[in-house]
Design a protein around this ligand. Structure first.
Ligand code: PEP
Ligand code: MG
Length: 557
């Protein structure tokens, strides 16, 4: 019988295939007491296993290359983290076996990560994978891993670990479904990098029997279990049509009647640039620079180090536009060199984003100076924007900081706080452009924590209230003859991209893998159709109804 399950769509497209599970169950080591005189040998055994796993992860990284390599190297560092190994030694000294000590020390570390905000919590799956690898090596049992299949399949897991996914044969993976994870988990990042549809946070995913046929709708976030033959044929036909359209569309983003909508890429590190160029990005619409800072330890990266990283990105788009977002720290991305001066019972409502930078103006000044230096002598159009701008005073403070750093780039504001959308014209008296961050805008508009699975319904970017706020920002920009892009996840949904265009949004920025689908969808519809679809979506009373209404308008030609 057909069943419909709902999760969160994080990588667009449709896949139909049989379920194959990836083994991620935690290995439970047997309890064994170790005598005091055996402890040094046991500690040596644990250290060697950790080092062997780290070396194996690094080797896998070298094989995989690209973004996966950075992730695997980070995992290798987790395996031989000195504090973790010291904890393992302590536990062995107290009578634990090497297996037991590694298992328990990692469990303690896991607790810490799980409670430390979205970015770090998303690394829990990486840590579980490291633990399984070290414990399996110590126990002499095989490491749980990717399915052994010659036929294409839909990969199902609790959450995916990069060490396994890096070695997946992409030609066999039709899509991902995970029980846990969120839009920033590795499952999501890797699915987007591979360009396969993915649904995460799907309750019941682990109960799907091996071999069951499922249809994964990475756009709508639905998984259809045991679809009927008719349903399968119709889904497959739609997927084929979309794929054919995607292959044929190329060049700059535009509607069928030639209304230009520049299509840009969201990147996190210079390593993401190659995929963006390959996918035909017309520039970078969001460079999330915090990735440079998150690995830096106790102090921010210096001006020279930052300049070199920014230059790598700017050089890749000699004719294009690159929008760099200054450091977005605080809340779920705490940084040791931006200490909290206040007690924050609700960090998401506290000193984060631009607020944190204005409290630490030296960090902002170094970043802006590095950007100015990187852009000097390059023909690229550099834009710099601030996250979490709430009002005109914020916008002015940011523009002043840019000028004080000698930056000639255009300065812009992200619209992530509902107040910024409501008073967009006021912000535009100070800044040159707006860029709507729909992820945070939804979080604050719906008072729904973006890290919390139980409220994910409210994070559906088709929510009409979110569309209303985007429309307000876009209308204000039009009235001021300035631009208003969207760089949140909403831009990556091909259908929604048409609606955003109809709302008056002037550019769209997304993960590189989403660009072809969005380009194709825009090329199929006229601006007038997009406008009608936008009006229909805004007139709806729910996210589902908004999507259905827009789909009906766009399908009617
Ligand atoms: C957003 O909030 O929509 C956004 C693009 O920023 P981030 O996802 O990095 O918070
Ligand atoms: Mg944001």
């Amino acid at each position: 019988m057909e069943t419909r399950l709902r999760g969160v769509g994080v990588s667009h497209g449709m896949a139909i295939g049989e379920v194959r599970h990836i083994g991620t169950a935690v290995l439970e080591p047997p309890t064994r007491e170790v005598a005091a005189d055996e402890a040094p040998r046991e500690a040596e055994r644990a250290r060697r296993a950790a080092e062997a796993v780290a070396a194996d992860l690094r080797a896998r990284g070298t094989l995989a290359g690209g973004q996966a390599q950075a992730v695997l190297e980070a995992q290798a560092m987790m395996a031989v983290d000195p504090e973790l190994l010291a904890d393992v030694d302590r536990r062995i000294g107290a009578g634990s076996s090497a297996e037991g000590a590694v298992h328990d020390a990692m469990a303690a570390y896991r607790e810490l990560l799980a409670g430390a905000g979205e970015y770090l919590a998303a690394r829990v799956a990486d840590l579980d994978d490291v633990r399984n690898r070290v414990v399996a090596r110590l126990m002499g049992v095989p490491i749980p891993g990717v399915p052994d299949s010659d036929e294409p399949y839909v990969l199902v897991a609790r959450d995916l670990a990069p060490a396994d996914t890096a070695l997946l044969d992409p030609s066999l993976v039709l899509g991902f479904v995970t029980e846990e994870g969120g839009p920033t988990s590795h499952s999501a990042i890797l699915a987007r990098a591979l360009g396969v549809p993915a649904v995460v946070a799907l309750p019941g995913a682990l109960r799907l029997a091996e071999g069951t046929v499922v249809a994964v709708d990475g756009s709508g976030g639905e998984v259809l279990v045991n679809p009927s033959a008719r349903e399968r044929a119709s889904l497959a036909r739609r997927a084929r049509e979309r794929e054919a359209a995607t292959r044929t569309a190329s060049g700059p983003g535009a509607t069928r009647d030639g209304h230009k909508v520049p299509l840009m890429a969201n990147i996190g590190t210079p390593a993401d640039v190659a995929a963006a160029v390959e996918a035909g990005a017309e520039g970078v619409g969001l460079f999330r620079t915090e990735f440079l800072f998150l690995h830096g330890g106790q102090s921010p990266p210096g001006e020279d180090e930052q300049r070199a990283a920014y230059r790598q990105v700017l050089e890749a788009f000699p004719e294009g536009r690159v929008v760099v977002r200054v450091l977005d720290a605080g809340a779920d991305k705490p940084l040791p060199f931006l200490p909290r001066a206040h007690d924050e019972p609700n960090p998401a409502l506290g000193v984060r984003g631009l607020r944190a930078l204005l409290e630490h103006p030296g960090v902002l000044a170094v970043q802006l100076r590095a950007l100015a230096a990187a852009a000097r002598e390059l023909p690229v159009a550099l834009d710099v924007m601030a996250p979490m701008v709430a009002d005109q005073a914020d916008a002015r403070a940011f523009v002043d900081a840019c000028r004080a750093a000698g930056l000639s780039a255009r300065a812009g504001a992200m619209v992530e706080v509902p107040a910024a959308a409501l008073r967009a014209r006021s912000l535009l008296q100070e800044v040159e452009f707006l860029s709507v961050g729909t992820n945070d805008l939804a979080q604050y508009a719906f008072a729904a924590d973006r890290q919390l699975g139980v409220v994910s319904r409210l994070h559906d970017p088709w929510q009409p209230a979110l569309l209303d706020l985007v429309a307000m920002a876009a209308e204000a920009a039009k009235a001021e003859a300035k631009s208003c892009g969207v760089c949140g996840e909403a831009a990556a949904d091909p259908l929604l991209a048409c609606v955003l265009t109809g709302l008056g949004v002037t550019s769209l920025s997304m993960a590189a893998s989403a660009l072809p689908g969005v380009r194709a969808a825009l090329a199929e519809h006229t601006l007038a159709q997009c406008e009608r679809a936008a009006a229909a979506a805004r007139a709806a009373e729910s996210a589902e109804a908004a999507r259905a209404a827009a789909e009906a308008v766009l399908a009617s030609g």
